[in-house]
Design a protein around this ligand. Structure first.
Ligand code: IMP
Ligand code: MG
Length: 178
């Protein structure tokens, strides 16, 4: 698996340090009271698990399955909600977590749906944000790292379902993207 990585973009230690400060920012910004953390599967799983354990307050977790990438290198331009039931979010304070902000379609579509379902506030956090023009006008409230417009894997991010368990974020070798 390691052999498929061209170069490491964000290593484990740097991620850990950044999560410490992100957690403090969230802790500082959110008013007292419970938070519902909405995790976008599967990409945000690793990031969310590490971030949540740094937030010492009452919170509950919901997970959502959406598909926008369909396993390839390019965004399909459409966001599908794959779960049979949508979580109960009426009147709740939400923090929506995703692995990466790319075209912005996923975050925009899910945030809109959460508002439609009656969430009282929707904040967003991503591990990575690609520095590029977005298809949807959306930015995240909390960004771990701004990166270039490159395809990355690791720390939750996949290529065709692989590499999510790499402890760092890296750039895939062209030869591995088959
Ligand atoms: P968006 O809707 O275009 O912003 O894309 C967001 C989703 O696309 C993320 O949740 C990822 O699953 C996937 N994605 C976007 N860029 C990358 C990448 O560089 N590597 C792996 N997955 C990516
Ligand atoms: Mg993905």
């Amino acid at each position: 698996m390691k052999n498929d990585i061209e170069r490491i973009l964000v290593d484990e230690e740097i991620i850990e340090r950044r999560l410490d400060t992100m957690a403090k920012e969230i802790e500082r910004d959110f008013p007292a009271g419970p938070i519902v953390v909405v995790i976008l599967l599967k990409g945000a799983l690793v990031f969310a698990a590490d971030l949540l354990r740094r937030i010492p307050r009452e919170l509950s977790i919901e997970c959502l399955n959406v598909a926008s990438y369909h396993g390839g290198l390019e965004s399909s331009g459409k966001v599908d909600f794959l779960d049979r039931h949508f979580p109960e979010v009426k009147g709740k304070h939400i923090i929506l977590l995703d692995d990466i902000l790319d075209t912005g379609r996923t975050l925009a579509a899910v945030a809109q749906r959460l508002r439609e379902e009656g969430a009282s506030a929707v904040h967003t956090g991503v591990l990575l944000a690609k520095d590029k023009k977005r298809a949807e006008e959306v930015e995240a409230d909390y960004v771990g790292f701004a990166i270039g417009d490159e395809f990355v894997v690791g720390y939750g991010l996949d290529y065709k379902g692989k590499y999510r368990n790499l402890p760092y974020v890296g750039i895939l070798k062209l030869s591995a993207a088959t």
